[in-house]
Write a protein of this length. Structure first.
Length: 636
């Protein structure tokens, strides 16, 4: 049978993989656990299912076979099938998952074993895969720790050899040594372990990452800590930042774990593993980044923040970086948010609104002389980009615009921008008090963060100013409710708030590997729609290619929910109606299109996938049919 680290090559072609699709069922028939009539009955059921299911799962549902019988058949025939076919037939993966993982690996030109590949592609967790194989092989599943290794074995353990073979000796039982292997079927490593410990071995199975963590800790205990060279640390920091900028990452995460330092990047809103470093480098790396961010190097017990202006002399890449230092049990975790200075200001026409929604946003919100315009959404949803696009639309020679931001992310010619700096007393509160004395027509607040800034925005609108700001809420109705929860009087909210624009960023289908997609029964059920409700949609899905790092996505697209407060909505706020009632009134009377409906509109245009819509957008009401959504939003 295939192992946790089954070789990648040679792999079966799709046809061969399909031929082995019922290998476990064949074993069960061979062992007499499944009869011919039972098999025919299960196949008839399988052929009638709208959503495909493995034949083995149907046999289990029918009560024909049990888990114990499956394990017995596999142990009686340990080399009868490949790992991929096993996982597919047991229902842990789909055949398309295996094929996608193999294509990604071939595209990278690397040679890995299948178990590692599936874990790397996040198709199955290492923990689940290891537990499954332990159960199937009848082996002990262990979680090795350096502190628990039998002292009698310490002198025999050679960490370098163990690391190469991904195994670690643990204890001696009845004269035999229990050894944890990442791959207990690798006969070469079994022989190496026997030679190292000088006797018989009892094989156990463990996660490779835990084995390597334990070996790293053991090696640190055997060797004196080597000081990290300052120049090396600087080179590592510059290299990681440079690579992150080149990959259009929005954040870099330096995460200290028990025995290593993990570095991950957020690309298109998704966390992706980038590299791993030795835990020994953490103190020097933290110090280097604190120097760059002008944070306190001596302070290691409190959370800190700072700002780095990065410029790579070799490539000319520049970035304004916000640094956050967070104290954890294994050291300080660092997150760097990259505000690339090469990013260009988007026109209001290019942010991705449907034509009719954009027309309403211009005419009923931006062109209104006074009032508060809220742009809402979670962190990283593109609120600032939309806010600046609106400011750029309002910026002309007849308008005085002033901002209070933390920090200034886009520099716009012709407006007065203030970057908050609490270290010198230039606080948000102090800046807001002075803004209204500057005779502005338009006031831009980076965000409403508390009751004081909310009241300031309301008061500025009451005195004849137009106020644009961002707010952290789930949707447009949530923005109104949060203002109420801040104890802002409802008559002030209804008389000053002009509109609330909620938004999210969804990953865009890769243009190089996108292919047509028919909505599945599961997707329709989760949307609460029938197939005819999506008639005319051109849905797409990315199959994965080198251009998109085999994710199927490249870049992001924004979805919006625009609420313009009319008299009926204002009356609902004044009377403190529930969020459900305010939303219903908004949909019926003010033309509100929900985030999910706009996401559906963009998925039907092939810009994103239904999976992204279902996974990332709030589902508060059943979406309307696609034809109706298109009438409300217009066509691109």
């Amino acid at each position: 049978m295939g192992s946790i680290t089954e070789p990648l090559l040679p792999q079966p072609a799709p046809a061969a993989a399909a031929a082995s699709a019922h290998a476990i069922v064949d074993l069960l028939v061979k062992e007499g656990a499944v009869g011919a009539a039972q098999l025919r009955h299960a196949r008839r059921i399988q052929s009638k299912l709208e959503t495909p299911r493995p034949l083995l799962a149907i046999l289990q549902d029918l009560g024909v076979v049990s888990d114990a019988q499956i394990r017995a058949a596999l142990r009686a025939n340990p080399h009868s099938m490949r790992l991929g076919a096993l996982l597919v037939e047991l229902g842990h993966l789909r055949e398309s998952d295996i094929e996608s993982a193999l294509k990604a690996q071939v595209g990278r030109g690397e040679r890995k074993k299948l178990g590692e590949l599936l874990v790397d592609q996040h198709l199955i967790s290492e923990q689940r895969l290891t537990e499954l194989l332990a159960d199937l092989f009848g082996l002990e599943f262990v979680e090795p720790h350096a502190a628990e290794i039998d002292k009698a074995l310490l002198s025999r353990v050679v960490p370098r050899v163990c690391l190469e073979g991904n195994f670690i000796p643990l204890r001696i039982v009845d004269g035999k040594t229990v050894v944890a292997f990442a791959d207990p079927t690798d006969t070469t490593q079994l022989a190496t372990a026997r030679q190292m410990v000088g006797g018989e071995v009892i094989a156990a199975i463990a996660r490779k990452t835990l084995i390597r963590e334990a070996l790293a800790a053991l090696e640190r205990g055997q060797q004196a800590r080597v000081a990290i060279d300052e120049q090396t640390t600087t080179s590592i920091v510059n290299s990681i930042i440079r690579e992150a900028i080149a990959l259009n990452a929005s954040d870099i995460h330096f995460e200290p774990l028990k025995s290593r330092l993990r570095v991950r990047l957020r690309i298109d809103g998704v966390m992706i593993d980038h590299t791993e470093l030795s835990a020994d480098i953490l103190p020097a790396l933290v110090s280097r980044l604190k120097v760059l961010a002008t944070a306190d190097i001596a302070e290691k017990r409190r959370h800190q923040g700072g700002r780095i202006l990065f410029e790579d002399a070799a490539t000319g890449l520049r970035a304004d970086i916000r640094a956050s230092f967070f104290v954890t049990v294994f050291g300080e975790k660092i997150v760097l948010r990259l505000l690339s200075q090469r990013a260009e200001l988007l026109s209001i026409d290019d942010i991705g609104m449907g034509p009719r929604m954009l027309e309403r946003f211009r005419q009923d919100a931006l062109d209104v002389p006074t009032g508060v315009i809220l742009v809402t959404g979670p962190t990283g949803s593109g609120k600032t980009t939309t806010l600046y696009s609106a400011v750029d639309y309002l910026n002309d020679s007849e308008t005085s615009i002033i901002t209070a931001e933390d920090p200034v992310e886009y520099v716009i010619e012709g407006i007065s921008q203030c970057s908050i700096n609490p270290k010198i007393g230039l606080t948000f509160e102090e800046t807001l008090r002075h803004i209204v004395r500057q005779d502005p027509d338009v006031i831009v607040l980076g965000e409403i963060r508390d009751k004081f800034s909310a009241e300031t925005a309301i008061q500025a609108a009451l005195t004849g100013h137009k106020v644009l700001t961002t707010f952290h809420t789930e949707d447009s109705i949530g923005g109104l409710l949060r203002l109420m929860n801040m104890e802002i009087e409802t008559f002030l909210i209804s008389s000053t708030v002009v509109s609330v624009l909620a938004q999210r960023l969804l990953r865009r289908v890769c243009p190089h590997c996108g292919e047509p997609h028919t909505p599945t029964a599961v997707e329709l059920r989760r949307l609460g729609l029938e197939s005819q409700d999506l008639a005319g949609g051109r849905f797409m899905v990315g199959r994965g290619c080198a251009a998109c790092r085999f994710t199927g996505y490249a870049g992001r697209v924004c979805v919006f929910e625009l609420l313009v407060l009319n008299e009926l909505v204002k009356d609902a706020i004044l009377t403190r109606r529930t969020s459900y009632e305010i939303r219903r009134i908004s949909i019926e009377s003010s033309g509100l299109t929900t985030l999910q409906e706009d996401g559906l509109f963009k998925a039907a245009g092939g810009l994103t996938t239904l999976e992204e819509v279902l996974k990332n957008l709030p589902r508060v009401t059943r979406p309307r049919p696609l034809a109706q959504i298109r009438r409300m939003l217009g066509t691109h």
